[in-house]
Design a protein around this ligand. Structure first.
Ligand code: MSP
Length: 680
């Protein structure tokens, strides 16, 4: 095994207990890791917890505990959940471990010695929720990423010369077109870097919960520098003893680093710049996935709409959750979770399709062939239907492998399940049970062929599905009388490898059907486990709203029709009076949410200072609702109300329209402006 594969998950903040959004990332990585092992790659799979920073310090304070205690509790909870979920990680790193701390300090020294760190003073806004310096926000303004209020920070800090990497990064992205995937994320990153990079403050002096800056213990290292470094510290980066550094020398650079889309900037801009500055190679690929939504909005603790993996594990087991998430979510895009959909998928695909194929095939071999895999007929005697299954199986192997390699998990599973459906249909059409009692040679050999064909297809599908549903696949594999499913070489899998005479194991149902009570049970478990109180000040469940704004509920203005202002046909120009008819005003977003069944629309409640009103805007593809809350925007305030999707829109917001797709970018102000101010 001389080729290696190194894969990482982000490390999870310890201010929130694991929910299935976290589980999703981890399951994706686990599936990739398991597949790579079945391709004979020496695979190293890293996960862990991100335990420093002001966000954690405050969360601990809010819970009346110490940061260390909170970190221990939650980190243990993550690890325990990963274990229950059959996550085959090679190492679980905690950023409070000594091995991490000393190696991060080493990295800091290297960056400093290489001339990329200097001391300066920072005065600006900081978003505690994102642990992000927000250069674009003024005092009192919300974070453009999450909409939460920012805090003004004035400190003497160490700075990293991020600005020195603008051109180098852009060149790297262009020389390595698959470095950032999918392309939408890549384009966003390129646009961000092209917009200019400012040096980054990489230390903080106003709190203590972090790794001390070497030679300046008054300062702690910025939590994102600390956290990103985990990907190399876990391997032994920074150790001079070759034995301790062995893994780093073997596995770095990572082959793929999987992240959620909200942390793309940290991984695709800061992280590569740190690595370049340290003279280290960059990861082969950063792969960003979408969000798991629950009832249309991002699952997150602050919104209180989380589902805990434990709930599903308890009622349906790990494989149900793993299969559902990979089958239902199109990798790279947002996906929805609901208990109904979970149970439906479980019953249809696992209990019915795969479960039935396994139980009827294995039971009949047990009954009619003393639990030994029977002979199929010679090639010439096979029917068209027998041959078709063999051919479909080989095609399915190739196609499923390709799709998995492209991280198209949903399609890969759909393809593999296509074979299951075909075989189930084949069994029904060939009615092997009608041949069971007949002892003539023809009937026996037909029966043997049908059951061999079914069992061989079952073997193939089980091997292909193993990385997604390891426990169940292992059970089926054992019932098929085969050894260790992990030993299968996926790139060598092909039709006809099942040996005649293989003695089956004990046949038992693998996926007992779930009924309605499963949904109720899960809902009940979630209710019982609802967090008592929001933990951190970093997560105000609401808004970046400014204090003291009167929020009068009110009336609906009536006025002219949609968008395009009056253009006089003769000259193409309008008079000042024409323009004066359009009442443009500053409003602040108080509430933003998706509209069910309309993937482009957001429903906003905006405050004009003198009244609040509802507006529907077609910007859902460009903005996440939580990004907007607290933000000041410009609206046409005297537009006639209009109904969309049964909801009334009382105004229209202004946005620039970019590119062919007309991507909206909201109009906004650099200076602070009072609500209701008129634009003229
Ligand atoms: N600690 C940072 C990452 C540092 S990596 C050097 C962090 N932690 S997090 O716990 O907030 O989120 C970690 C990851 O969990 C996200 O990037 C994403 O992969 C996953 N998810 C968290 N919520 C999610 C959803 N609702 N849906 C899908 N994935 C989500 O960011």
């Amino acid at each position: 095994m001389d080729s290696k594969f190194y894969i990482t998950t982000p490390i999870y903040y310890v201010n929130a207990r694991p929910h299935i959004g976290h589980a999703y990332t981890t399951i994706v990585c686990d599936t990739i890791a398991r597949r790579q092992r079945m391709l004979e790659k020496d695979t190293y799979f890293l996960t862990g917890t991100d335990e420093h920073g002001i966000k954690i310090e405050r969360a601990a304070e809010a819970q009346g505990t110490t940061p260390k205690q909170l970190a221990d509790d939650v980190s243990n909870a993550f690890r325990a959940t990963w274990d229950r979920m059959e996550i085959s990680y090679s190492d679980f790193i905690r950023t409070t471990e000594d091995r991490h701390k000393t190696r991060v300090q080493h990295l800091f020294r290297v960056l400093r010695d290489n001339g990329y760190i200097y001391k300066g003073s920072y005065s600006g806004q900081y978003c505690v929720f994102d642990e992000l310096f927000v250069d674009s926000a003024g005092p009192g303004e919300p974070c453009p990423e999450c909409g939460r209020p920012t805090e003004t920070v004035t400190e003497e800090n160490y700075f990293f010369k991020l600005s020195a990497f603008e051109d180098k990064l852009l060149k790297y992205y262009s020389d390595h077109p698959t470095f950032i995937q999918p392309d939408t994320r890549r384009n966003e990153v390129i646009a961000f870097v092209k917009g200019g990079l400012r040096d980054l403050s990489v230390s903080r002096s106003t709190f203590k919960w972090g790794i001390p800056v070497p030679d300046d213990p008054e300062q702690v290292i910025y939590v994102w520098l600390d956290a990103l470094a985990n990907y190399i510290t876990a391997l032994g980066y920074g150790e001079s003893d070759p034995k301790k550094r062995e893994k780093f020398d073997r596995y770095w650079p990572a082959d793929v680093q999987v992240i959620g889309k909200e942390i793309v900037r940290f991984h695709c801009v800061y992280w590569p710049a740190f690595l370049m500055a340290a003279g280290l190679p960059l990861p082969q690929r950063i792969m960003a996935h979408g969000w798991l939504l629950f009832e249309e909005s991002k699952m997150s603790k602050s919104r209180g709409n989380i589902v805990r993996p434990d709930t599903i594990l308890e009622v349906l087991g790990a494989d149900a959750m793993r299969y559902f998430l990979l089958r239902e979510v199109v990798f790279g895009q947002d996906g929805s979770f609901s208990f109904d959909a979970l149970v439906q998928r479980f019953n249809a695909d696992l209990a019915n399709d795969l479960g039935n194929l396994a139980s009827r095939t294995l039971t009949m071999i047990g009954r009619y062939f003393k639990a030994e895999v029977p002979y199929p007929q010679a090639k010439a005697a096979l029917t068209e239907a027998d041959v078709a299954i063999g051919e479909l199986a080989d095609k399915t192997i190739a196609e499923t492998n390709r799709l998995f390699d492209e991280y198209q998990f949903s399609k890969a599973l759909e393809t593999a399940w296509g074979l299951i459906s075909a075989v189930n249909k084949y069994i029904v059409e060939n009615e092997p049970w009608t041949l069971g009692d007949k002892s003539d040679n023809d009937s026996r050999s037909r029966l043997g062929t049908i059951l061999y064909t079914s069992a061989e297809a079952l073997r193939i599908v089980t091997a292909l599905a193993y990385p997604v549903i390891p426990k169940s696949a292992e059970k089926i594999w054992t019932q098929l009388g085969l050894g260790d499913v992990r030993k299968v070489r996926l790139d060598q899998l092909k039709w006809g490898q099942l040996e005649v005479g293989t003695k089956l194991g004990k046949v038992e149902p693998v996926f007992p059907r779930a009924d309605k009570s499963a949904i109720e049970k899960m809902q009940k478990l979630e209710e019982e486990n609802k967090p008592v109180a929001a933990a951190a000040t970093a997560e105000p469940a609401g808004t970046g709203a400014q204090a003291g704004q009167p929020a009068t509920q009110a009336a609906v203005p009536a006025a002219p029709a949609p968008a395009t202002a009056g253009v006089t046909p003769s000259s193409g120009k309008i008079t000042i009076d024409d323009f004066a008819k359009v009442e443009l005003r500053v409003a602040q977003v108080k509430v933003a949410e998706r509209v069910k069944g309309a993937d482009k629309l957001l429903r906003l409640e905006v405050d004009l200072g003198y009244e609040q009103r509802q507006i529907l805007a077609g910007i859902a593809k460009a903005y996440e609702p939580e990004q907007l809350v607290g933000r000041k925007i410009v609206i046409v305030a005297n537009l006639a109300p209009r109904k969309m999707r049964g909801l009334e829109s009382n105004g229209m917001l202004l946005a620039a329209s970019l590119g062919e797709e007309g991507k909206p970018v909201l109009a906004s102000f650099l200076e602070d402006v009072p609500l209701g101010a008129r634009l003229k």
